[in-house]
Design a protein around this ligand. Sequence first.
Ligand code: KG4
Ligand code: ZN
Length: 338
Amino acid sequence: MQVEKILTLGIETSCDETAASVIKGDREILSNVISTQIPVHQKFGGVVPEIASRKHILNIMPVIDESLRIANVELSEINQIAVTYGPGLVGALLVGVSAAKTLSFALNIPLIAVNHLEGHIFANFLSHKELTPPFLSLIVSGGHSALIKMNDYNNFEMLGQTRDDAAGEAFDKIARVMGLKYPGGPEIDKLAKNGNPDAIEFPIAKVDEFDFSLSGLKSAVLNYLNTAKMKNDSINNADVAASFQKAVINALVEKTIHAAKKFKFEKIVLAGGVAANSALESTLRNKCEKYGLKFYYPTKILCTDNAAMIACRGYYQSLEKNFADDRLNAVPGLGLLT
Ligand code: KG4
Ligand code: ZN
């Protein structure tokens, strides 16, 4: 079989999106179906793991069927199945892993175990057909923030990561205290557009060369809000959102540019759910232009959790015969690059 004709079915159920996708070869998306549970979890202010698992069970087969229908492909034509096995919520992951194992056994086709965070990086190959390694990637998601040296498709090195809160986590926690709806990142992003980023100076912790620390910043914002409430001072939510966002972005962008210069990378690749943040995207883009670096980030739909990125990562693993077998289990605490 010619590699460019290989059909990979991707499955993603790590959190609150049930997703399935068919890709052809390395980068051609034939379908990318995402059934989001956000409205279900919104009233609880965050994802309720037990509800997420139950919804995945209800959604997984219809979502896979829909992805095959849109791709105009029969299940029997699929050559391999790539599935997220971590990190994420254990019950949620298990739904995707069980579906993938069952289909791989029934169809007698290879199974590929994909690290969700690596998938986020690979979303960029789908958005930018011309992109090739080496590059430096900044992953900013709900659970992780890290700087990765991507030397080749299957050769990564971690330069640094968050010591405490991930970027998305900080956005979500602050939004929650401000009474904004879940998920908080996009809400802060919207609110910040009407605020003054220089209104309040929030401190950012200094840590090792390429690591991040965002919990001190988060506490400073929460203290600011609590103190203002206690004193009955009026709070300008837009200014708080813009000032907080500026502090996070400066920390992330500064380290990314420093790493790119130090290791002489020519390309910077943004990845993960927080990559959808408009101010992060524009700040990093401007800095890249200033230093003559090429900047890449995924289209909005590929920034969020999706299965096309999982299928793409899986495809590149299959080139190295990096397959799983029927003993595959969910690994909720899976780290980066494992
Ligand atoms: O990568 P992702 O889907 O989750 C994990 O894989 O962990 O990212 C979800 C995170 C959430 O914390 C969400 O609030 C944040 O991405 N997010 C944003 C924006 N859109 C999503 N954060 C800031 N600005 C946005 N526009
Ligand atoms: Zn994600």
